[in-house]
Design a protein around this ligand. Sequence first.
Ligand code: ZN
Length: 242
Amino acid sequence: MAIHYRTKGFIFKKIDFREADRIFTIFTKDFGKLKILGRAIRKIKSKLRGGMELFYLTNIEFIQGKTYKTLTDASLIEGFPNLRKNLKRLKIAYEISEILDDLIKGEEKDEKIWDLLKETFQRLNSFSLSIKECWLTYYCFLWNFLLILGYQPELNFCSICQKKLIPKNLYFSPKEGGVICSNCFNKVKDGKKIDPDVIKILRLILKKEMSFLEKLKIERTHQKVIKDISGNYLSFVKEGQF
Ligand SMILES: [Zn+2]
């Protein structure tokens, strides 16, 4: 008889497959990222349907078949209704799902990623969440996820000459792995000018100082730089240039 594996997981992707099947990508507590086949799950009578929506936290049970892991049972734990009611929050959930899909390669348990996802989804589901908190939740997820994967950017010392950074004329270079000083910038000519205040905000984001960040006034220009730097750094990691 086949072994039935039980765990819980965040469903972050679903693709229709064959006539009535669907393949789910799930980040599970005990096995990491898994692709699991829901057989005949698109049929109205399927008893598995209820617990298997996008961005649900669900108890799942599956068996390992020859080609696929097949879902044998599913029951909803948390549906995050407030996340679903708001387009901004949903957009963040989709971006997170893209990042998970692109950057997690193997099936490996990771409690830190699990905790970060739980924290992030709970926050996205809070009753009231300002646009700024929404925004911070995303960057907090992104940078801490990169940190867990081993892509922590250097924010205290020059990534090239290793000298302690003086808060003046600094640049951010994904290729060099973080902030660089103006001396080194003049040599490598790679990087984007970064205000020392933005570096401070990034440090707070990496420390998940959310309550402090929520109170902090973050200028629009700084928000824009954080958006650009985060996007550049993420693309760089995705392209596997590390
Ligand atoms: Zn330097």
